[in-house]
Ligand binder design. Sequence first.
Ligand SMILES: [Fe+2]
Length: 210
Amino acid sequence: MTARVECVVTTGVVAGPDADTTPMENNVWIIGDDEQAMVVDAAHEPDVIATTLGDRRVVAIACTHAHNGHVDAAVALSDRTGAPIMLHPDDLELWRRSFPSRVPDEELVDGRVIDVAGTALTVRHTPGHTPGSVSLYDPALRRVFTGDMLLSRGPGTIGPEDSDFQAMIQSIRERLVTLPPETVVCPGHGDVTTVGEVGERVEDWLRRIA
Ligand SMILES: [Fe+2]
């Protein structure tokens, strides 16, 4: 059976020292078929995500980065499904702010491949938004899951503490907009776009700030 991609939009209030009380909407991406699935960014509402997963075997809960609003449902979903939580090790410090007594199960290191439902997602370490931000690229599905690194409007947000502006530009230029232009960009918030469309926006943005 061919893998399909589903998007579940969940809503929650972000916790932590930098939080405000504005509810935030996140895209939770589910890649799989009728038998198995993986989750990209278990955000806010574990029950809603679990309902969408149904009785499928969950092979991974992959975290694009460890900001609270992208991982706050990860532990509850892992406990419920038995799926391993995966995170790049450079975001462990951030992770501990949300879950001081539980560590992720596996490392999302650059080049790692996650197999699910007959397709394969490759980890691209794309630091910048946070040190351990990753994107997950699937050439067969023509999709890249970018978390907060690349949104439909262009580059993701730069926080005062966790972000590195130069690293973000470098990651986007060298590791994301270099993907085939027809690749669909599936971000952590908002609409999808394509690498071709967002690549032009990124270059405009870079020209404006130069
Ligand atoms: Fe973030």
